[in-house]
Write a protein that binds this ligand. Structure first.
Ligand code: AMP
Ligand code: ZN
Length: 489
């Protein structure tokens, strides 16, 4: 069955029919982590949303997906925390050197690896990425974009830094079209150096920042002026997406907080420098709150994945929880909610196990195809995961696995197999027997029995066999020797 995918586009603020620019191939770019710390579970929502989207495109839309997620390894925070003497430097990172760039790369590599480990625990498959580019690998291309913007008259140099001239751009094109803010009503703010800034003014933002003592830098001469320094954060994405995916591509994802200034600035830079906007669809996930509040270290409600794992939480319950709310609504993370989501996930898991056990010659035959249609249409329609799950629970409630015919049970297993290619939180296999540990005493007795047998001391061998039996095990002679099994088997 073919499904048409519909997605909410933040640019038009409408749910639109999705068709890729290239037949059957979706090119998608997701703003990735800034690797200066372990990602928190709010960040994880953003990455899991992107994973959900690319999986729905593959499994439901039957598209090939070229998925790119960048690694921001140079920005204000990575520089601050990798600086010589920074308290954020950990012994596991090795020794700091006198070279700020080497320190930056060592520091960010540590958190990049941690990030890869974390997202895999959350059910993201690294093979699904086409590329995860690091910003520092694209510096010459970034310098090229800065040069283009300045040449076109939308950038200017001050003390070796290069800024984007927003007022000039506004005479040429709309600024604020993604954020849906009419900047005519706002005052023009002062020029801004920070990567993140306030939202109630428009300001000229830094494309390129002049070298500062003790910070990493790259050589750069622009219009005869020495501009040695490093890129601004917004510039990174404009460059890497074009280099890897080409412009325009199909979908750009990120959290809602990135609409402004990050994505708005990305649009302005790409259009000013390359003459093309980055993407057709802008898709943003809403925020994750913790116990009703914005996560923050000072409120004590700030959790990384590792914090939760150390509390005994299964990362797959977190993945399920994230998908149990629609990506465009705020999700309030609570431990009660996490518990409920574990129960729900295991309920489906048990149902799958029961389907495998079903050997009924006769039984009910509810329509598995109809269930698949309900679930996949919900997903195709702007990733309505809560609706998809509701259809599954309605079905499970009405159709206990033991009441079904084996034929229908098999069809449902096929459905869950496909659905799990998206959710990726269940085992689609019969329940594993718990491995029975053979006590060391039994192992030793079996060995002695074997020795007795070799010596043709059958009386002792039989006595030991009885002893082993009394411990709940049996020894079975085989061609190669013997094996031990529990008696109940
Ligand atoms: P960063 O590493 O800060 O660049 O953020 C990585 C991603 O996490 C971005 O797409 C952000 O929009 C997203 N993000 C940050 N905080 C939250 C949150 N509390 N809930 C959902 N997404 C978030
Ligand atoms: Zn970005």
């Amino acid at each position: 069955m073919e499904y048409t995918i519909y997605l909410f586009n933040s640019l038009t603020r409408k749910i639109e029919k999705f068709t890729p620019l290239e037949d059957k191939l979706v090119r998608m770019y997701s703003c990735g982590p800034t690797v200066y710390n372990f990602a928190h579970i709010g960040n994880m929502r953003s990455f899991l949303f992107a994973d959900l989207l690319q999986r729905v495109l593959r499994v439901v839309g039957k598209y090939k997906v070229r998925w790119v997620m960048n690694i921001t390894n140079i920005d204000d925070k990575t520089i601050r925390d990798s600086a010589i003497g920074s308290p954020a430097w950990l012994p596991e990172m090795g020794k700091q050197t006198n070279d700020p760039l080497k320190n930056l790369l060592k520091f960010t590599e540590y958190y990049r690896k941690a990030f890869l480990a974390d997202i895999q625990l959350l059910g993201i498959n690294l093979r699904d990425f086409y590329k995860m580019p690091k910003a520092t690998d694209y510096i010459p291309q970034m310098q090229d974009l800065v040069r283009r913007i300045v040449e076109k008259g939308f950038g200017y140099i001050v003390n070796g830094s290069v800024y984007f001239d927003v007022s000039k751009w506004r005479q040429h094109d709309i600024y604020g079209k993604l954020y849906h803010i009419d900047f005519d009503k706002f005052k023009e703010g002062s020029r801004i150096d920070a990567d993140s800034y306030d939202k109630d003014e428009f300001s000229d933002f830094a494309l390129w920042k002049a070298r500062k003592e003790g910070e990493p830098y790259w050589e750069f001469t622009l219009n005869g002026v020495n501009c040695d320094g490093r890129p601004g954060w917004h510039l990174e994405c404009s460059v890497m997406e074009r280099e890897i995916l080409g412009l325009p591509f199909d979908i750009h994802t990120g959290g809602v907080d990135l609409k402004f200034p990050h994505h708005e600035d990305e649009i302005a830079q790409s259009k000013a420098g390359y003459g093309v906007e980055p993407t057709v669809f802008w898709c943003h996930n809403e925020f994750l709150l913790v116990e009703g509040k914005k996560m923050s270290k000072s409120l004590g409600n700030f959790y990384t994945l590792r914090d939760l794992i150390s509390k005994g939480i299964d990362p797959l319950d977190i993945r399920y929880l994230m998908f149990s709310a629609h990506y465009a609504t705020q999700l309030n993370f609570t431990f009660d909610g996490l518990n409920a989501s574990r129960k729900a996930r295991l309920r489906i898991q048990n149902y799958i196990y029961e389907l495998f056990q079903n050997q009924n010659k006769q039984g009910k035959n509810p329509d598995a195809k109809e269930l698949e249609k309900d679930v996949f249409s919900a997903l195709a329609n702007d990733l309505q995961t809560p609706k998809a799950l509701a259809s599954i629970f309605d079905f499970i409630n009405e159709n206990p696995a033991n009441d079904l015919s084996q034929d229908t049970a098999q069809k449902l297993i096929k459905f869950f197999e496909k659905f799990n290619k998206i959710f990726n939180v269940w085992e689609i296999s019969p329940r594993k027997e718990e491995e029975i540990q053979i006590p060391q005493e039994v192992e030793e007795l079996a060995r002695l029995r074997w020795q007795a047998k070799q010596k043709k001391d059958f009386r002792t061998a039989d006595e030991i066999r009885e002893k082993i039996k009394s411990l709940g095990f049996q020894v079975i002679d085989t061609k190669e020797g013997y094996k031990i099994e529990p008696l109940s088997k």
